[in-house]
Design a protein around this ligand. Structure first.
Ligand code: HEC
Ligand code: HEC
Ligand code: HEC
Ligand code: HEC
Length: 487
């Protein structure tokens, strides 16, 4: 079951991705292997509604696939690459995962999950289609497309016909392209270059939403679904099928030298994930039968060994960020920890409020559900304020170094007591290092030189059963020191 799917994933040659994101490919491999193995059978994911409900018309992948459109064999288009279809389909890379999303519903692992849940054919079950195909959210899209272009770029009915018309004059082609992009946006194209918009699109499936069929409950995970792990900037690189050059800068941001701000992407991704988690926790998704929905909680706090002999052995570690009694399963705070680090640097005025409200929320979880929901409401307000502070601020190369310091500061790193928080810390440092390379602060060679340190930190969160917080903190510490030395 899980071993089977785990093997399939681990065996994929991610190397093909290297052409697009050389430094990232190695990480990608690690993260993905990590995810694959974390599969003693673990998942994570549900929705909150961003696609298809507006009545806009879906046209299906075929309508994007013409050989003069996005179906070229080579990425040699003058404006965009035009081989996006091929990249989306690339069989053995994470970039190709979305085209396979529906097909995997017929593999052995899906059959195993479906038998355990008693849901019949998983390829027809809404419980799975919501994330494994565009069709789960938009009736008109063919399920076989899997997660098609329009799942992310938005239904094309309103802009398909107009968006490929060429630039009309040679007077000011850059301005013309920009205007055309703005017109497409108002006709329903999603503004994926905007971190807030992109994060909203991805977390529907890579965390979960309130929509039908977009939530992986603890029961679905217990039936065999992998744990879902996500970091916006890293996963964006893994699936990227575009190139950022001067005309991209013009089209998307109105300036030839503008590029994606990867640190901002990371920070907004953290805020969006916890915002979504807290929002869903407040709804009917927050409970399952008699119990709170375990999906929201720290997996590792329940899934570890127990000793109850005369000389007691504690299996958990004290966590200064969680004011709860011993024996209570804590809320999964992986994104809250990253947010605390980002807030200290990028929005110090809100950092204390975040700390207070995070503590109050953990505490309320030990009282009763109404108090926990009330505390979730308060905390969500702080998260929303932080998210807009990040979204309206540019991050510099110096910020990236300071952010690595913040993530590794003792007050923050003492909170890495479970493997999801620890995994976020490594993905965060990985993203920040890549941002330093792309902003020219650190050379590719220097970054490659400390690859080994980061790989060791990834290795320490690879197997949930072998995870030891103290060992993680040691290998993470040396990765961070290696980055600090590049300053
Ligand atoms: C909330 C969205 C969501 C729902 C609902 C969902 N999945 Fe998934 N599923 C994912 C994501 C995202 C991944 C990839 C996990 C990762 O790599 O982080 C995944 C991975 C998988 C995999 C592993 C794929 C591989 O390549 O090995 C299988 C199998 C699977 N899902 C089957 C199902 C089945 C069967 C259902 C319905 C019972 C279902 N999923 C419901 C989002 C979802
Ligand atoms: C999982 C989400 C997702 C899917 C599925 C997806 N894309 Fe993308 N695509 C993105 C993101 C994110 C970007 C980069 C942000 C941007 O500039 O739009 C992008 C960029 C692009 C670009 C470059 C835009 C530019 O102005 O430079 C094109 C063209 C494109 N995608 C076409 C496609 C086509 C065609 C498909 C289907 C075969 C597809 N995409 C499927 C998320 C997705
Ligand atoms: C409609 C649901 C949906 C949306 C929206 C979506 N994804 Fe996915 N994504 C999936 C599913 C399902 C899988 C797993 C497919 C599989 O393993 O075969 C997946 C897999 C991936 C993978 C490969 C992970 C791995 O372990 O191989 C990456 C990377 C990824 N998604 C990035 C993104 C990004 C970035 C966005 C937003 C721009 C996004 N996705 C939006 C459903 C979605
Ligand atoms: C409050 C405690 C608790 C939390 C938190 C929790 N689980 Fe579980 N989990 C359980 C219980 C109880 C079972 C059923 C065990 C049994 O049937 O013996 C279970 C079963 C499972 C199983 C089936 C395999 C097994 O060991 O029985 C998987 C997989 C699983 N959980 C994954 C997760 C993941 C991933 C998370 C975090 C998102 C998580 N769990 C959080 C209590 C918890």
């Amino acid at each position: 079951m899980t071993t089977h799917a785990g093997k399939e994933r681990a065996d994929r040659p991610w190397a093909a991705l290297a052409a697009l994101a050389p430094t990232r490919a190695a990480f990608a491999t690690l993260v993905l292997m990590l995810l694959a193995f974390a599969i003693a059978a673990f998942v994570f994911a549900p929705p909150a509604r961003s696609q298809g409900e507006s009545g806009a018309r879906y046209t299906g992948v075929a309508s994007c696939a013409g050989s003069t459109c996005h179906g070229r064999m080579e990425g040699d288009g003058t404006v965009v690459r035009q081989d996006e279809l091929m990249k989306w389909q690339e069989p053995s890379t994470p970039g190709g995962a979305h085209s396979r999303a529906w097909a995997v519903l017929s593999n052995n692992r899906s059959q195993f999950i479906a038998r355990n849940l008693g849901i019949g054919d998983p390829a027809k079950a809404q419980m799975c289609l919501g994330c494994h195909s565009t069709a789960g959210t938009a009736r008109a899209a063919p399920a076989e497309d899997g997660v098609g272009c329009e799942s992310c770029h938005g239904p094309a009915g309103g802009w398909l016909a107009s968006h490929y018309a060429g630039v009309g004059t040679n007077a000011d082609p850059d301005r013309e392209m920009r205007d055309k992009h703005l017109a497409n946006l108002s006709a329903g194209l999603k503004k994926l270059e905007d971190p807030v918009v992109r994060a909203g699109v991805c977390v529907d499936c890579h965390f979960g939403s309130a929509a039908d069929g977009q939530f992986v409950t603890h029961r679905i995970m217990a039936a065999g679904h992998p744990r879902i792990s996500f970091e916006l900037d890293l996963f964006s690189s893994l699936q990227a099928h575009h190139q950022e050059d001067a005309d991209y800068g013009w089209r998307k941001f109105g300036a030839a030298n503008r590029r994606t701000d990867h640190v901002q992407m990371w920070a907004v991704g953290q805020a969006t994930a916890i915002e979504r988690s807290l929002a869903l926790f407040q709804t009917r998704r927050g409970t399952e039968g008699l119990f709170p929905e375990f999906y929201f909680l720290d997996c590792h706090s329940c899934h570890r060994r127990i000793f109850d002999q005369a000389k007691p052995v504690r299996t958990g570690l004290d966590n200064p960020g969680r004011s709860i009694p011993e024996g209570m399963p804590p809320y999964n705070d992986e994104n809250l920890i990253m947010l605390a680090a980002a807030a200290r640097l990028a929005a110090p005025a809100l950092a204390d409020q975040l700390a207070l409200r995070t503590a109050a929320f953990h505490k309320a979880m030990a009282t009763d559900r109404p108090s926990a929901v009330a505390a979730a409401v308060q905390l969500s307000q702080t998260v929303a304020a932080l998210k807009s502070a990040f979204a309206s601020r540019n991050f510099s190369g110096t910020d990236a170094f300071a952010m690595v310091d913040a993530i590794s500061a003792k007050a923050i790193s003492d909170r890495y007591t479970d493997y999801s928080g620890s995994q976020q810390a490594v993905m965060g440092v990985d993203t920040l290092l890549n941002a330093m390379v792309s902003s020219g602060r650190v050379t590719i060679g220097a970054a490659a030189g400390i690859r080994g340190d980061i790989d060791r930190a990834y290795a320490a969160v690879k197997d949930p059963n072998a995870y030891k917080p103290s060992e993680f903190q040691a290998s993470f510490g040396s990765a961070v020191r290696a980055i600090g030395a590049l300053r």
